[in-house]
Design a protein around this ligand. Structure first.
Ligand code: RP5
Length: 171
């Protein structure tokens, strides 16, 4: 059986810097992904066709990245039963509040699991996708344990530096 893939959909190629972070995190976990551009407004037929066929095409999780009137994740979720993770792209409107609300405020029964529009958003989308896949993959679950331990260690390193800094004798 082929490894399940994660789809990373962007509403526009201007979302690429955000998508790139999700791609990097997925590759840390060696999770195969496919990155595509399709727009809920500019190419709705393409979005629908992709979402309707996504499960049969071997995708297990869909990450949808869009900004402004960010309806991509919601439209995808309406056409599939796969888990859909929405990444709102930061905009000039209150830091991306438009994207956040239009991604997250879905009607009951059509979920979009929404991450933040901050720099951690795309990373968290990828880690969340890894956690979903790890439900049926012990090796991936072990990688997630190691990832979590590495996060804690990175905080310890920062803590040690700060402690050393303030322990210096002052003039
Ligand atoms: C959304 O509109 C895209 O996801 C992007 O975040 C935003 C702007 O798109 P472009 O005008 O840069 O193509 O659909």
């Amino acid at each position: 059986m082929k490894a399940p893939k994660v789809a990373i959909l962007m509403g526009s190629d201007s979302d690429l810097p955000v998508a790139q972070k999700a791609v990097e995190t997925l590759s840390e976990f060696e999770i195969p992904c496919e990155v595509r551009v399709m727009s809920a407004h500019r190419s709705p037929e393409k979005v629908w066709e992709f979402a309707v066929n996504a499960r049969a095409d071997g995708f297990a999780v869909i990450i949808a990245i869009a900004g402004g009137a960010a309806h991509l994740a919601g439209v995808v979720s309406s056409a599939t039963t796969l888990p859909v993770i929405g990444v709102p792209v930061a905009t000039s409107v209150a830091g991306g509040l438009d994207s956040l609300l239009s991604t997250s405020q879905m009607p009951g029964g059509v979920p979009v699991l929404t991450v933040g529009s901050n720099s951690g958003g795309p990373t968290n989308a990828a880690v969340a996708a890894a956690r979903i896949l790890a439900l049926a993959d012990e090796h991936l679950a072990a990688r997630l344990d190691a990832y979590r331990a590495a996060l804690a260690q990175s905080v310890d390193v920062k803590d040690a530096k700060i402690v050393a800094h303030f322990a210096k004798p002052r003039d």
